[in-house]
Design a protein around this ligand. Structure first.
Ligand code: ATP
Ligand code: MG
Ligand code: MG
Ligand code: MG
Length: 464
């Protein structure tokens, strides 16, 4: 049955609410009081405090729809059917309340019941941790064919010391037309778009102790459930589109880009990258992130520049990304009201950055044309200067030169880049050794307090 993304969100929340879960509002993409994360990258991330016991939830059953950014997926965007830099994660959580059997039952009912998503059972495949017969048998007892259950060593979730445990992941079979490998489920196979991972159910069951074998991990007194499902992937499967991008979560942006450029979409990667990146930029800026040269700000700057470059491929020579903010608001604004409330600010920030980058490109282009005058090959020093001094991307140097029937001494350029890297490495090392000398000096001057022999011994090692 066809559902809009909105209906999918509401169906998820309605189901888990009916099972006694309290709805948690989506937290900001910018982590609050968590220095270990650049961005909120999963539904559980803002709920960590409940999992590590530092806070108690009002209700031990929670459900949410969490805005997420994953920078590790930047290069996948537009290449796979299913990866974005910004996406929405649907989740349900049990903090010491229900555990494995109930979590699997909930998952099964929500996915297969006609009252909810109504997926045909034969389209679903599950992976499980090889030792986890409880999970396997539970799926079978619900009617899943054993041939649809795949044991996978990688189905174990842990990040350092603390709560960890096996997981079971649910895949949707989109049919042979998407098969690039032969009809076998190969989990996490980037090429194969037939079996799409839609949901991960984690059984937070052990206290992980890195360095000891898993079988020796102690059971947690409180067993938790942490799950995450991708809204865009649900929409793709339910709306029957080729990739996530043809769903109602992206199509308005793509259609606007078609109108602006006069180019037809036809699945082209440039449209996908632009749609993905403008969504990430709008949502992150609305959450208070700024553009800068480091950390979060640098991620956003990179996304904007990348989207601009893809725009150029479609012939979009002037600032256009800020115009697409309207579409992001149309798609997201009623659910994430802050992006609508901050509309003017979001547009202003994006337009200013677009113009700045376009200026960089224009001045780079001018310098490139000058450097190419009277030569057939761009000298390595010129290519390097364009990149290093004018911030002109080397891909554009190559493209433009080629258009003019000229070549670039790219090997020479690479050698200069290498040399620069070595120089900066060397200076960084010099800086580091200065810092460690400084640290040793400082700790030497610190009046020594007796806190134990170990501390004193290691301190004297530092000074040496
Ligand atoms: P994949 O293997 O496809 O990269 P994952 O195993 O890294 O996904 P999880 O960390 O298990 O993903 O996250 C839970 C769910 O969130 C996934 O099952 C998927 O539906 C969704 N998801 C994860 N990463 C992305 C992404 N970059 N874009 C869109 N949805 C995603
Ligand atoms: Mg991944
Ligand atoms: Mg995976
Ligand atoms: Mg997964």
């Amino acid at each position: 049955r066809y559902m809009t993304a909105d209906e999918i969100r509401q169906t998820w929340l309605r189901f888990f609410e009916s099972k006694g879960h309290k709805i948690e509002p989506s937290a900001s993409l910018v982590p609050m009081g968590d220095k270990t994360l650049l961005w909120i990258n999963a539904g559980v991330a803002p709920l960590k405090k409940y999992f590590d016991g530092s806070a108690m939830p009002v209700n031990p059953r929670l459900t949410n729809i969490q805005k997420c950014i994953r920078t590790n997926d930047i290069d996948n965007v537009g290449k796979t059917a299913r990866h974005h830099t910004f996406f929405e994660m649907l989740g349900n959580f049990s903090i010491g309340d229900y555990f494995k059997p109930e979590a699997i039952e909930f998952g099964f009912e929500l996915l297969t019941s006609e009252e909810y998503f109504g997926f045909p059972i034969e389209k679903l495949y599950m992976t499980y941790y090889p030792d986890d017969f409880v999970a396997r048998d539970k799926w079978i007892s619900l009617g899943v064919d054993p041939s649809h259950l795949i044991p996978l060593e990688s189905n174990f979730w842990e990040i350092g010391e603390g709560p960890s445990g096996p997981d079971t992941e649910i895949y949707f079979d989109r049919g042979e037309e998407y098969d690039l490998r032969g009809s076998e489920l190969i989990a996490n196979d980037i090429e194969n778009e037939r079996f799409i991972e839609i949901w991960n159910i984690v059984f937070s069951q052990y206290n992980a102790k890195p360095g000891t074998p898993r079988k020796d991990y102690k059971e947690l007194p409180n067993k938790n459930i942490d799950t995450g499902a991708g809204l865009e992937r649900f929409a793709c499967v339910i709306q029957g589109t080729k990739t996530n991008f043809e769903t109602d979560l992206f199509m308005p942006i793509i259609e606007h880009t078609e109108r602006l450029s006069g180019v037809k979409y036809e699945g082209q990667m440039a449209f996908k990258v632009i749609a993905d990146h403008i969504k990430t930029l709008s949502m992150a800026i609305a959450d208070g992130a700024i553009l800068s040269n480091e950390g979060r700000g640098y991620v956003l700057r990179r996304l904007l520049r990348r989207a601009t470059k893809y725009g150029k491929k479609l012939g979009l020579q002037e600032a256009f990304l800020h115009l697409l903010v309207d579409d992001v608001i149309q798609i997201m604004g009623h659910f994430y009201t802050n992006v609508k409330e901050n509309e003017k600010m979001v547009k202003r920030v994006i337009l200013a950055e677009e113009n700045k980058f376009l200026e960089t490109l224009a001045s780079g282009e001018k310098h490139l044309l000058e450097a190419l005058e009277g030569v057939n090959e761009l000298k390595k020093e010129d290519a390097f200067k364009l990149y290093d001094t004018y911030g002109f991307p080397i891909e554009l140097t190559l493209e433009l030169s080629e258009e003019l029937g000229k070549t670039v001494d790219i090997e020479g350029f690479k050698a200069l880049m290498e040399r620069q890297k070595e120089l900066s490495r060397a200076s960084r090392n010099a800086e580091n050794s200065m810092k460690s000398q400084e640290a040793a000096f400082l700790s030497f001057k610190t009046p020594s307090v007796f806190i134990g022999y170990d501390t004193l011994t290691s301190r004297s090692t530092v000074i040496k």
